[in-house]
Design a protein around this ligand. Sequence first.
Ligand code: BGC
Length: 746
Amino acid sequence: MKSSKPKILFLLVAILILCHSVEAQKNTRQNISPADQIKIETLMRQMTIEEKIGQLSLFASGWDNTGPSMNNDYKKLIKEGNAGAVLNAFSVDYVREVQKLAVEGSRMKIPLLFGYDVIHGFRTIFPIPLGQACTWNLKLIEEAERVAAIEATAAGINWTFAPMVDIARDPRWGRVMEAAGEDAWLGGKIAAARVRGFQGNDLKSENTLMACVKHFAAYGAAMAGRDYNPVDMSPVSLYEWYLPPYKAAVDAGAGSLMTSFNEIAGIPSTCNAWLLTDLLRKEWGFKGFIVTDWTAINEMVNHGVAEDNKDAARLAINAGVDMDMEGSTFLNYLGELLNEKKVSQARIDEAVRSVLEAKALLGLFEDPYRYCNKTRQETEIMTPEKLALARKMVTESCVLLKNDKQTLPIPAGVGSIAVIGPLADSKGDMLGGWSAAGEWEKCITLLEGIRNKVNGKIPVVFEKGCNVNDADKSGFEKALDVANHADYVILALGEDREMSGEAASRSGLNLPGVQEELAEMIINTGKPIVVVLFNGRPLTLTRLNEIAPAILESWFGGTQAGNGIADILFGDINPSGKLTMTFPKNVGQIPLFYNSKNTGRPFNPEKPDEKYVSRYLDVDNDPLYPFGYGLSYTSFTYSGLEATLSGDTVNIRAHVTNTGDRDGEEVVQLYVHDKIGAITRPVKELKGFQKILVPKGKTRTITFILTRDDLAFYHPDLKKYWEPGEFIIQIGSNSKETISTSIFLN
Ligand code: BGC
């Protein structure tokens, strides 16, 4: 007879596994497989407190720092089990080498997360996020993030510090380039599209990347547009205008979230228990892990809420932070704080579990080298399809701001072109800020894009004219000379890539240096001229708008910038981009945004000299270019707007006619104004949009459906509900030019 021992052993193991997994399920927040749950619980039992704290510490590899380094020997820390994640390390060989230190060199062999700022592409760089938002093409944005995820994971990365979803109404703040603009509703749609693009359907797949929504919360409202500055606002404003995109990213399943540097109403986000635990975890049900921004815990000493780094660590962990980025405060003090009973074992365990769960979700326990596939690195980066998508994104992100006398597209018979300006042939600037592993050498400049397009058939002459940001005018004369000898002039002006992004606030938003003077001189030649702008934020272009026949906003277009812009300039593609951030006339108007409130003394344009009304003495209240604005080579008219009530829904219908002579895409925008509310309502709010192709001479009927929930807003009790009454429904081509009707809801 065979021994029954193996059977009994098998039974015992099965019971053990079952007990483990029942207990694990109690602990876990995520949808973790039973095998991973067992792995996590086994580790939790075996880890020392030091090893647990190690999982809560993130260190930079030193390749690419964006702040002060607190601890340089990250390799030693990894081997000792004192690091749970690394940022700024990429390429298969390097990631493999560093991962090996963790899974072979440390006692618990827990794989590391590899984080990086993949903000608008990894190697194939797409237009900056603000430019991408101007496409109003959610599918395209999602596809771009898919490409970013494929490329980043092919180079060892498994975690991106994106999407950045901070709503911003102040273009002085340099980080507007990383965001989607000023509208919370649109921002939410874009945030969700980005998360879907990064994470795909299955985080365990070797080409999906864990997202980290940032910076929680309201970082975009930094006072006076100065980076890292405090934020102060009413709770209703926070809920209504700043929180929705974070919530949308959380609802889309973002695996992690980053705290912001700023305080809100006196409490730095990194120690804000209400924000991180009550709202995010309990109310929104966020299941991922929370990481700080770079040394944000240490900075609480400067903020003046903590005595020292130890005190700051206590505040952060107790507020709900799970991982310390680069600050070493958890590493240095959590053990002591635990002994002193200032932090509970349960809170530490909860944080550790959330980090281990992220590793499980990414499949790192099954294969720590899942993202270290050399073949993928060689074959999946910068493929022709990815470059084609980047080029398409450039064309859709370009916004045509002005086009007098059909200066654009460049006429077919033009005999010679002068390309002038400091940004016309500047490869490095094309990348824009936060360009991950983008290679500037591979960027196509505007000059190259134009030369590619004309293919030697007509002469294209280049003169730089001046630098971006100094007073040197020695190049003016040559620039004038080439302009005088050309049939058509393209002027490439703007900011350099370092002038926007982190720590790049500006108090003036004019074209820097002597560029406006250069423009004035060249435009005075009377030649047909288009100004192509490269910049990471709305600029004050009042003078340029007066003098330039045509202006095309191209942002920083990334790897394919020049090719995409040339597609627009030569009319191969009809521009369809629309601004997602208001362009003010001067900085004194800031903050200026479309969904503003009325005042008790509104300015009446028909009585321009009226005194006691809400106005400036030296500039009107209107922006230079409003939210939603952008021209096409064709023209659209709107008609037949109807809004009818059927049961609980408002059905809206309008006709859009292409009245020009070429096919064009139009972003049809739906705005609503709730006339009377318990608390005041904005003059209009974006509630829907559709990007449609309308062939020349044709009319398309578009429909929108709004539910009562769509008309709800936050009340002083921070609950969202709608109120009966009259609603003005507006449809149009931008936030200023709309046709309207109204509807009553009981
Ligand atoms: C930025 C974050 C970024 C982090 C890591 C910080 O300075 O504020 O947005 O993710 O650095 O690079």
